[in-house]
Design a protein around this ligand. Structure first.
Ligand code: BGC
Length: 376
């Protein structure tokens, strides 16, 4: 079966594609690879295609480990690309939107670009006013990751040197992308360090379940499994409070259209220019739990998000402004995509009351997130 799927996957790719042998039998997954471009320093960037037997196809590039495309069927079996991104490397090199990228060492913001760990102060480069966003200006999204095919998917690895973007310790990072026959895209993150450090890894995919570039996402109905969120100050740094969502535009405990309340007069919405906040997931007994479900009424596509993480940054593409032309020349306008960034809470290194993001030598950081696609 793999041989056959491998051949199909290969045929679908343009000249230069190479089918990899030994694809995962377990998940009936075919993996193929082709060149995606060359970095200014000469490093080659590859695109890996993970394809299951149900018509789901995920393309990942080694630059930033970014998910470049996700093709998923609608209620009538019609397949569309539901992830925002670019057709070529240049697009990724010249924008700061983090489309589909792996984010590290620290997803979202660290206030005042610094933290103290075990009595020692660390200064980070600021890249979002006075704060550090998504690991700094040269975060993991700006690196070319090493790729290897593994059973069921693709393994990406990165060694972040001691002092990289101001963070202590050499961090060995491994991210495994898998596509299952249940149309699940699974992302498994592990990391180890040789000095005490902080880690918070995530993926920054922007989804539009009607199809990337097919207008805004305001009609999408969102359910978030969270009774509380972490309100922020005007720089989008959490105040430290875990605030009940009840009675606020942040209550998505029942499925609600993204656009239903997004422009209400509300200080928190005003700070985020829409939704750009961390929800405190209801974890019950912990482990892998459902974080979110999103439904797009025209296509019938559904995205469920499951994660081991305690938080979810739900960001509604408020800073997209139509100036970006993505895949197929399509324009990505304001709120043309939404992100579901599973994570520990922003600024945890400076918030002792938040779940800890510290990683010590001898410990292994391990989190898993699943994006499950279906249609109804
Ligand atoms: C942040 C936004 C930021 C965006 C960058 C999100 O995770 O919360 O504030 O603008 O990433 O694309």
């Amino acid at each position: 079966m793999n041989r056959f799927l491998g051949a199909v996957g290969l045929a679908a790719l343009s000249t230069g594609a190479v089918a990899l042998s030994g694809s995962a039998d377990a998940a009936s997954l075919s993996v193929s690879v082709k060149p995606f471009g060359t970095m200014p320093d000469g490093q080659a960037v590859q695109l890996y295609r993970l394809e299951n037997s149900n018509g789901m196809e995920v393309d990942v590039i080694t630059y930033g480990g970014a998910i470049q495309s996700i093709k998923a069927p609608d209620k009538d079996g019609r397949v569309a690309d539901v992830a925002l991104g670019f057709d070529n490397l240049d697009g990724y090199l010249h924008t700061d939107t983090y489309f589909g990228a792996l984010i590290g060492r620290y997803g979202n913001r660290i206030g005042h670009a610094g933290f103290t760990l075990e009595g020692k102060a660390y200064k980070l480069p600021a890249n979002d006013a006075a704060n550090t966003l998504h690991g700094g200006p040269q975060g993991f999204d700006k690196h070319v990751w090493k790729a290897a095919e593994v059973p069921g998917g693709l393994e990406l690895t990165l060694v972040s040197k001691d002092g990289d973007e101001g963070f202590p310790g050499t961090l060995n990072v491994k991210v495994v992308y898998t596509v299952t026959d249940k149309n699940e895209l699974k992302i498994d993150y592990t990391a180890t360090t040789d000095k005490p450090t902080v880690v918070n890894l995530t993926n920054h995919s922007y989804f539009n379940l009607a199809g990337a570039g097919e207008g805004d996402v305001l009609q999408h109905q969102v359910m978030l499994n969270a009774d509380r969120f972490t309100p922020v100050d005007s720089g989008l740094i959490p105040t430290g409070e875990l605030k009940p969502v009840k009675g606020t535009p942040f209550d998505f405990t029942k499925a609600t259209a993204i656009g239903a309340r997004i422009d209400q007069k509300d200080e928190q919405l005003n700070f985020g220019k829409g939704y750009d906040h961390n929800w405190v997931l209801n974890k019950g007994n912990g482990g892998m739990t459902k974080a979110a479900e999103v439904y797009e009424p025209n296509s019938g596509r559904v995205l469920e998000v499951l994660t081991t993480e305690p938080g979810l940054q739900f960001y509604t593409g408020n800073f997209l402004d139509g100036s970006i032309h993505g895949k197929g020349g399509k324009t990505y306008g304001r709120r043309g995509g939404f992100c579901m960034e599973t994570q520990h809470y922003p600024d945890s290194p400076n918030k002792p009351s938040f779940p800890s993001t510290e990683l010590k030598p001898g410990q292994t950081y391990h989190t898993t997130t699943v994006y499950r696609f279906s249609a109804r």
